[in-house]
Design a protein around this ligand. Structure first.
Ligand code: ARG
Length: 275
């Protein structure tokens, strides 16, 4: 009888530890599933409480550095959009300032959740794009002294053209302008410097950006009545390819900002600020 009782006890102990083990396994599974949520998905962003935005802060009025109370800050139209999105999602915003040509790589590795960088939704780019939030084409910047050299698209042929690496402008200069001698530089202020020192004949930039640099620099100007089609209609937010849920959510948020007149307001504000 005693033997039977101890056997009974052993069975109980073994069974109960099995039950506990099963429970733990279930918990582990749940945790495992939790970990599987991609950090850059809508749910992942909410879980980590932070939206990581990549940009290339050399593109006023979209994004640029400025001193505020003695502190270097990144500001601009795209930054206002990003802050609004973070607010709508109820998370903090973290900005990573990078070379423009590294931004899409940052999305595909999951280092960045979104890219807002005055980027054209070019179908050849490996990313999902939202709706266009700003329509723009390209303008040509020249040194005032050389203004008579370039007045039409034909005049760009054979010229030394400054563009930012990895941009639509670079592609257009290399493939659409005959005999162009394309100088690809990593930032737009570099391009402006090359223009001022006559190392290049002209530069291609999104129209509001060209205007902004021209306003800030007396010796350069935008060629009047000359716009070049970017072929993409404007600029949009990029997220990792196939991240459709986030793309849709961003479209909703953009539509809301637009309907509240905020896009218009931020554009005016940051444009004034950048000059
Ligand atoms: N719109 C162009 C493109 O998508 C240039 C954008 C450059 N943006 C920047 N933040 N530097 O290629």
């Amino acid at each position: 009888m005693k033997k039977n009782i101890s056997l009974f006890l052993v069975i109980i102990i073994v069974l109960s530890s099995l039950i506990v083990a099963c429970g733990m396994e279930n918990e582990a599974n749940l945790e495992g599933e939790d970990l599987e949520v991609e950090t850059y998905s809508l749910e992942g962003i909410k879980n980590k409480g932070k939206l990581v935005m990549g940009t290339s802060a050399d593109y006023p009025p979209f994004e640029f550095h400025t001193m505020i109370d003695g502190k270097d800050e990144i500001v601009g139209f795209d930054i206002e959009i990003a802050k609004y999105i973070a607010d709508e999602l109820g998370v903090e915003l973290e900005i990573k300032d990078m070379d423009f040509d590294k931004l899409l790589g940052g999305l595909s590795t999951g280092m960045l959740d979104i890219v807002i960088a005055g980027m054209n939704p070019d179908p050849e780019r490996e990313a999902n794009f939202t709706d266009i939030y700003y329509e723009a084409n390209l303008s040509v910047l020249v040194a005032k002294e050389n203004k008579s050299n370039i007045t039409s698209v034909e005049d760009l042929e054979g010229k030394n053209i400054g563009v930012q690496i990895g941009t639509t402008q670079e592609d257009i200069a290399q493939t659409k302008i005959k005999d162009a001698d394309v100088k690809s530089l990593s930032t737009n202020p570099d391009i402006v410097m090359n223009l001022k020192t006559k190392k290049i004949d002209c530069a291609l930039m999104e129209a509001p950006v060209a205007e902004s640099f021209a306003k800030a620099n007396d010796d350069i100007m935008v060629v009047e009545d000359l716009t070049i089609d970017s072929g993409t209609g404007g600029v949009a937010i990029a997220v990792k390819e196939d991240n459709d849920e986030l793309t849709e959510k961003l479209n909703e948020i953009l539509a809301k900002a637009k309907s509240e007149g905020l896009l218009e307001k931020w554009l005016v504000e940051t444009d004034e600020f950048s000059n």
